[in-house]
Design a protein around this ligand. Structure first.
Ligand SMILES: Nc1ncnc2c1ncn2[C@@H]1O[C@H](COP(=O)(O)OP(=O)(O)OP(=O)(O)O)[C@@H](O)[C@H]1O
Ligand SMILES: [Mg+2]
Length: 472
């Protein structure tokens, strides 16, 4: 029996009712206990948590309604079904309003009983799952999840704490993969708006012609394909936070419109005349140099100042090397758990190589590397030889990629090849080893990339990584 191990308490003053309910539910595999009056029923509930309580409404002394009230207040995870005699239907409706799951009329029909009980238990299971998910969400996006104790990241934490419960606009600046999105979530989930929505908009990913309707929504018939009214992201975010990601990629015309929303917290849907007011907090992020873009006239200065109320600069990983060992440990642990592999360590020499690496892809690059190591590395200690080429052949690569031509000259073909190899590996890393995506990043077609990988001899290692990934 699927829900067989649920604990159920039946409270009724009539012995035959208690017995028949216990028999029917017992036959379904449930653990059923009984109580003959309200007082002893309440005591049982206090002594031991039940999954479900079925209680008669009219009990001598303490009534079913009191039991229900107690459960709603003190044991919200326990469901309650009311059993009601003829003439007390009104009361059972009141009980439902108070939070009873359902009610059954006497004489209780066994089939209906089984159905209602199983529905109540299913409902309870979903409710618990939901609570669990919410808890996980909070854990996931709370500070606990942002790993690091370098001075640089600690300053960022301090700033997040200070700004989180203000409603101020925050501008998160940092290179790609530094954790801007994580910081956005930490701010929202630590703010007074945490129960409200957090609506992300990736300004770079939505085609220019759709972005406006995506953000502001449209009225039915506003344009050819607008067959129904659409609520935009700004409206969805009301009561919560809107996260404008990759903000530097907005067109000039859209910049004007966003500016107005930031100033007045109001806008019109496309094709609409009604002005819509929204209560939103704005967090924006970019990995581009906005100041420079303002200087070059590519980003509106007034919008820049509106967004730049509280800037949070997330330092690149190479400027917080002290966090690398912690992050390594964190990701190794996470991926071992997720992939059900034994926990691995990093050999000290390998750690040295990671500490002196420049991490152009920042934490995302480190995260991807650790995932690969958990899958591919053989023993419980990750060896230098197991690290990708670019970590091991650093001095050689540096020699092959001189900043200036030394007196003794260089080997052009080798240097160009080394440079190409490096870029291909970076693109692969950035795209999580999805070759078609890496090819896009390099503006190559997939076949050309595959040919180049073959020539560069980076086929075999990647193949193992990719197939290992597919099996997990
Ligand atoms: N301090 C941190 N601790 C743990 N994980 C982190 C940390 N910073 C970033 N990460 C992880 O690194 C990855 C990249 O982070 P995120 O997506 O937030 O970067 P980003 O700055 O938004 O990058 P992009 O500019 O490319 O969008 C994510 O998987 C994130 O969970
Ligand atoms: Mg991001």
């Amino acid at each position: 029996m699927e829900q067989g191990n649920a604990n159920i308490l039946v409270i009724d003053d009539v012995l035959s009712v208690r017995q028949s309910l216990q028999e029917i539910l017992g036959a379904e595999g449930y653990e059923v206990e009984t109580a003959a009056d309200g007082e002893s029923g309440l005591q049982r509930v206090k002594d031991q948590p039940f999954d479900l309580v079925l209680t008669d409404l009219a009990l001598p002394g303490l009534g079913g309604m009191d039991i229900l009230k107690y459960l709603v207040r003190h044991q919200p995870e326990c469901s309650c079904i009311i059993i009601t005699g003829y003439g007390t239907i009104q009361n059972s409706v009141a009980a439902m309003r108070l939070g009873a799951f359902d009610y059954l009329c006497k004489p209780v029909d066994p089939q209906e009983l089984r159905l209602v009980v199983s529905r109540a238990l299913e409902h309870r299971r979903l409710k618990r799952e939901n609570l669990q998910l919410k808890k996980q969400l909070h854990k996931r996006y709370g500070f606990a999840n942002i790993v690091g104790n370098s001075d640089a990241i600690t300053q960022v934490f301090e700033l997040i704490k200070k700004v989180a419960d203000t409603d101020s606009t925050v501008l998160v600046l940092g290179e790609s993969g530094t954790g801007k999105e994580l910081i956005n979530r930490a701010i929202h989930y630590n703010s007074l708006r945490r129960e409200g929505p957090l609506i992300p908009v990736n300004c770079a990913a939505i085609p220019e012609e759709l972005l406006e309707s995506e953000l502001f929504g449209h009225e039915r018939g506003a344009f050819t394909h607008a067959v129904r009214t659409r609520i935009g992201r700004f409206e969805q975010a009301s009561g919560g936070t809107i996260f404008l990601d990759e903000i530097a990629d907005m067109s000039p015309s859209l910049q004007v419109k966003i500016l107005r929303v930031l100033q007045d917290r109001s806008f019109e849907r496309i094709g609409g005349v009604k002005t819509i007011k929204v209560d939103i907090r704005v967090i924006a992020a970019t990995n581009q140099d906005l100041e420079e873009m303002v200087r070059r006239g590519r980003f509106r200065e007034d919008l820049y100042y509106r967004l730049n109320v509280i800037p949070i600069r997330v330092p690149p990983l190479r400027e917080r090397v002290a966090d690398i060992p912690l992050l390594v440990q964190h990701f190794l642990h996470e991926f071992s758990r997720k992939k059900k592999k034994p926990n691995k360590r990093l050999n000290p020499e390998a750690m040295d190589l990671l500490l002196s690496y420049s991490w152009p892809g920042n934490i995302r690059e480190l995260e991807n590397l650790m995932e690969r190591m958990v899958i591919l590395s053989e023993g419980d200690e990750i060896q230098v030889t197991e690290l990708p080429e670019r970590f091991r052949s650093k001095p050689a690569a540096a020699a092959a990629k001189p900043q200036e031509i030394p007196d003794h000259g260089i080997h052009l073909t080798a240097a160009v090849q080394e440079f190409e190899r490096d870029l291909i590996l970076k693109a692969l890393d950035k795209s999580n080893w999805v070759k078609s995506r890496a090819a896009q990043l390099l503006n190559l077609n997939r076949t050309t990339l595959l040919e180049k990988m073959k020539k560069q001899n980076i086929m075999s290692g990647m193949n193992t990584a990719a197939s290992a990934r597919n099996f997990l």
